[in-house]
Design a binder for this molecule. Structure first.
Ligand SMILES: Nc1ncnc2c1ncn2[C@@H]1O[C@H](COP(=O)(O)OP(=O)(O)OP(=O)(O)O)[C@@H](O)[C@H]1O
Ligand SMILES: [Mg+2]
Length: 215
């Protein structure tokens, strides 16, 4: 069976990390080797860039420079972690990928499509996801979840979490419109439901696309 590259996208608190853990567990039960990773991040260099990006300390550079930083992190992540893993036969589940750049720096951030296209060519090349699950829910529901998580952990909100609900709602629409333009790659899942119900939908899509066809 071919290794698969699956990305999870969606706004803050949509349940990406939660659903990746659940899908990874279900795949491992079937003896499928899986790597869980995230963007920005996934390698030492990319995690270092992640802390710069999420701290907000370089927000003043503007969205284009931010997009460059995301792309730099992605180059390392794709070259050193994602492509080698797929080549070994490991499935890769990635928390955010280039659709997040399209949404955060592009459609809701002001960076033009020509620049995003070239960054994508450089950073991603042919390493495109086989499937992208877009977890969709109203922005205020996701932000509510993040707020309760922050209360429990005592952490401070990151650079993106502090932005206003309108902007988060614009990003939600941008994710939906990306999915509509790439229906062969993207599936939108209603994430405003209990964790287990979302996980069941995610599993159905993965099983139907990749496991039943291989059986
Ligand atoms: N379906 C769900 N219903 C209610 N709460 C959920 C659901 N899925 C996840 N949560 C909770 O909401 C919070 C956010 O979930 P999670 O961290 O998985 O989201 P995320 O999309 O990874 O968020 P972020 O963008 O901040 O990384 C967590 O505290 C998690 O336990
Ligand atoms: Mg997360």
């Amino acid at each position: 069976m071919a290794a698969r590259f699956i990305t999870f996208e969606g706004g803050e608190g949509a349940g990406k990390s939660t659903q990746i853990r659940q899908l990874a567990a279900r795949l491992r039960e079937r003896d499928i080797p899986v790597i869980e990773t995230r963007e920005p991040g996934g390698t030492e260099a990319a995690e270092a860039i992640r802390s710069l990006l999420l701290s907000g300390s370089i927000k003043s550079l503007g969205p284009e420079a931010e997009a460059l930083m995301f792309a730099a992190a992605r180059v390392d992540h794709v070259d050193r972690l994602i492509r080698p893993a797929l080549a070994r036969g490991d499935w890769v589940l990635c928390d955010r990928f280039f659709d997040s750049t399209r949404v955060y720096q592009g459609e809701a951030g002001g960076v033009g499509p020509a620049m995003l296209d070239s960054l994508e060519r450089i950073a991603v090349g042919r390493c495109r996801p086989d499937l992208t699950l877009v977890l969709d829910l109203p922005a205020e529901v996701g932000l509510g979840r993040v707020t309760s998580r922050l209360k429990e952990s005592g952490d401070q909100p990151d650079r993106f979490e502090v932005e206003d609900v309108d902007l988060h709602e614009r990003r939600r629409l941008a994710f939906i419109s990306i999915a509509a333009r790439a229906p062969e790659r993207c599936v939108v899942v209603n994430a405003d439901r209990p964790e287990a119900a979302v996980a069941e939908d995610v599993w159905r899509v993965v099983d139907l696309r990749f496991l039943q066809e291989a059986a």
